[in-house]
Structure formats: C-alpha cells, structure tokens
Design a protein around this ligand. Structure first.
Ligand code: MLT
Ligand code: ZN
Length: 477
C-alpha cells in the first residue's frame, strides 16, 4: 500500500524465455503499455512490473511460470483487473529474495484465454477459458435458455478465472451461492508449470481432494486457473424489483429475512444509505425514487418463469416500511438497480476509497452499521462514509473517502469492529495485500499455519502472487 515503487528488472535471458513462451508481441515492457495493468481500479494499489505477459494457451501459462521460477521472479496473475484489495497488481514494495534484494514482478494477464465451448444442454454446464468476462458468459448461456448463478456490477470486465481465484460473490449469492459453488471442473497451472486438469463436469465426483475448491478463493497464490467448467441455472425471464425505504440496516436485515422465507422467487436483497444514493444520483444522473429522503433503502429482486410482481407486492405490503416503489418493466427495474450498482463507480469518482468488505452475523447488521460509522468518525472525524452491500448475505461494503491511501487508521477501526462482532474481514473481495495484517486476527494461528503449509507444499519458491494473503513467504516465518 506504500507509495514506494520498486521496479527490479528481469535479466535478458528471462525476457527471452518469456518471449519464446508467448511470442514477442505478448511481452510488454514499455511503461506506457504496462501502465493500465500496474494500477488497480481504485488507484489505491499499484506497483511496477518488469513485464506484462499475455499467454494464449495453458501451455504458454506453464512456460511463463517456469521462466519466472528459474530467475526468482514473482508472477502476479491478473484477470479483468477489477479486484479491490490489491491482489491483482504488482506490489508497491517489491517482494524480496532471501538476500533482501527486490524480485522482478511479472504480470500474467489471462485475457487471451477466451475460448468458450457450446453449452452442454443435457448437463446444463459450460466450459470456458479463464479470460472470458462474466457478461460474455451470460450472453452465451442465455442464448440456450440457461443463466449463470453469479452476477455483479463489474460483469463487463470481471473474468471467470479472476472470479474463481477470488471467490467472487455478487448480488445473487442468497439464491445460488458464491463463485466457489459454481465450478464442476477446473484446469490450472501450478507454480512449477505442472498442469492439473479435471473437466469432465461430473456433478458428483468424490475421487480424492477437491483441488478446484481449494483454488477457489486462493487469490492466485496456489495456481493460475486457466479453464473452468461451470454449472448453469435456469433463466428467470420475468423479474420484479422493489425498493423499500426503511429506518435502519437492522430493519432492512429483518425484512430481508422475512422476504427470503416467504418469497420462493427472491434473487437479491441489497442495502444502501441515503448519502450513497445522493452520491449516485449526482454522479450518474436520475431522479430520487421517493419524495422524502429516508435513512436506508432495501432493494429486493424476484425472478421466475411467470411474472412474480403480485407475489412480491403481497408480501412487502405486510411489512411496515416507510415507503416503497415497485418496478416490473425493464426500464424501471434498471433505474432501481442503477441506484445500487452505481455506488462503486460513484464512490471511486469522488476520491480514492478505502473499501472494507466485511461480513457480520446477519442478526447484528443494524448494530454494526451504527457502530462502524461511530468508529470511523473517531478514527478520522473528516471521513465520509458510505455503507452498502448484500444485506441478505450479511455482507456490508464500508467505503470511506478522505483518509490518505496509505493511512490505515479507518481500515483498522472497521476490521477490528467486524472481528469483535463475530464477523470476517473479507466477505467477498478477499485479503489481497490490503488485509494481510488481519488474517491471523480473523482466522487464528492454526488456520493460517495450515494455509501456509499448503502454500509451501504447492509453491515452495513463492513464485505465485507473493505478498498476497501472507506477508512473508512460506518457510520464512
Ligand atoms: C459491490 O457489491 O458493489 C461490489 O462488491 C463492489 C464494491 O464494493 O464497491
Ligand atoms: Zn459486493
């Protein structure tokens, strides 16, 4: 997170090995060409890469990792570069070798692995390359009447490989689970260039360790995911969206619980506050949905084969909300969704945000929402706070504007509170480099020692994404 930039160069033979692996035009060393790969979307995390390499096949990924391993370079896997915790861009302070010298960092972008197979209509599955974006996947499977269970605002850039590696969440987790729950097969390259592959798409496969499950959420530290077979879900062509004005986040969570119990068609339960909505309206334009401002808003979506509007209206009519609007037509639904989905962009346009993506027990969401604002104010009285997220999953995105990118006082205040309240420091964005200091506090010594043992077994040379998840390499405690 430090602004220091350490750019160790690659020795010429290593550059030649990379060029031989992927073709000279796919090894970018010019600083202007590297720039968009070197900084994350928030501008908070950035570092200098010796090169950006763009492999086009799994064999090329393997050759790239072997070339990195031979010279002790760090490989930084990258998908659509939509990560929010600094895990997909080079470290600002380069990882060090055993003698304390900075190691060159090589970004391995997966954007050229874009193969997409025909939908397996009988199994309801599809196999795609790691570089396929979520929106391309959605368009592809919807043509066959299927859909994909994970959806999120960054769909046009986020890639399947990155989503698996970070165990992405999104807006439909309460219905279909997160990214970890979607693969039924995976291909990946280990740090030493060996390829592991199990792609037959067996729904039931109890033959040994589930290596794909291990890689989901490993944040590029154990292997680079190159290809994934995904289970699909039925398309829900008829949708209805309600925006309910509520008193506080606790009431939103309580309403969401009742709606989940009573609405078989519910697909999303999202929360945002009035400050966030005003920021979105200023940034993206549009009219407020209610005449009066309200403290918090709960967005509910239902989806089904037949129009779910009547069912939704009947159930929300029984809840004492302050006000409500319902939309079934596409324009109206998109307008309501935009109020929630444009938060990321609106906050980013207003400054370099501190993004704290926490999970809290659903029953304590109201308490957390009050306490976190208080804790942030104490850490930085001038900070501006926006809280939004996936209330149905107990996942709140606490976004703070004001403190310098390097000032971690508000981060610490928020993460400490999440742990104190029985939550987790990351619900869906991962640990990256942003929350490394918090891993032991959250998971405990034994869990982290087990994770480090796995890392040490699969990547003893710490080739893959050093500095992500763990501050020090395996074996160097
Ligand atoms: C979201 O739910 O909007 C995303 O996780 C991104 C964000 O936290 O801004
Ligand atoms: Zn989210």
């Amino acid at each position: 997170m430090s602004l220091q930039t350490d750019g160790a160069a690659l020795p010429e033979p290593a550059l030649q090995a990379l060029r031989a692996a992927v073709g000279p035009s796919h090894v970018l060393t010019d600083p202007d060409l590297r720039a968009t790969y070197e900084a994350d979307w928030t501008r908070r995390f950035h570092g200098v890469a010796a090169a950006v390499v763009r492999p086009g096949t799994v064999e090329e990924v393997a050759a790239v990792l072997r070339a990195c391993g031979e010279v002790g370079a760090a490989a930084v896997p990258q998908g659509g570069n939509t990560g929010l915790v600094g895990g997909g861009v080079p470290r600002a302070a380069a990882p060090r070798d055993e003698r304390g010298s900075p190691r060159p960092q090589v970004i391995v972008t997966m954007l050229r692995l874009r193969d997409i197979e025909a939908v397996d209509e009988v199994a309801g599955e599809v196999t795609v390359g790691a570089g396929v974006t979520l929106s391309v996947l959605q368009t592809h499977v919807r043509r066959s009447g299927w859909d994909f269970g994970v959806d999120m605002g960054s769909r046009d850039s986020a890639t399947v490989g990155g989503m698996v590696a970070t165990n992405a969440g999104g807006v439909n987790v309460l219905r279909y689970g997160g990214m970890r729950h979607q693969p039924v097969g995976m291909e990946a390259v280990l740090a030493d260039g060996r390829i592991i592959r199990r792609l037959p798409g067996l729904v039931k496969d109890n033959t040994g360790y589930a290596l794909g499950s291990l890689l989901a959420g490993s944040e590029g530290t154990l292997a680079i995911v190159t290809r994934v077979r995904l289970r699909l879900v039925p398309q829900l062509p008829r949708r209805a969206v309600a925006l309910m004005a509520v008193d506080d986040a606790g009431q939103a969570a309580a309403f969401a619980a009742q709606l989940r119990r009573r609405l078989s068609t519910i697909t999303a339960a999202e929360l945002f506050d009035d400050d966030g909505m005003r920021l979105v309206l200023r940034h993206a334009g549009g009219e407020p949905p209610f005449r009066e401002p309200h403290p918090r808003y709960l967005l509910i979506e239902c989806g089904a084969a037949a129009d779910p509007t009547d069912e939704l209206v009947e159930v929300i009519a029984g809840l004492p909300s302050r006000d409500v609007v319902v939309a079934s037509d596409e324009g109206g639904r998109l307008r309501l969704w935009k109020l929630r989905e444009s938060h990321t962009e609106a906050v980013n346009a207003a400054g370099v945000p501190h993004k704290l993506d926490v999970a809290v027990p659903i029953g304590r969401i109201g308490e957390f929402d009050f306490a976190v604002r208080d804790a942030i104010h104490r850490a930085d009285p001038d900070a501006r706070t926006f809280v939004y997220g996936h209330v149905g999953d107990g996942n709140l995105h606490v976004n703070v504007l004001g403190p310098d990118p390097d000032d971690e006082a508000v981060d610490d205040a928020v993460l400490e509170l999440a742990i104190q309240m029985g939550g987790a420091v990351s619900a869906e964005h991962g640990i990256g480099v942003a929350k490394v200091r918090w891993l032991v506090a959250d998971r405990g010594e034994s869990d982290v020692a087990t994770m480090r043992a796995i890392k040490g077994a699969l990547d003893p040379g710490d080739v893959l994404n050093p500095g992500v998840l763990f501050a020090t390499p395996p074996g160097r405690d």
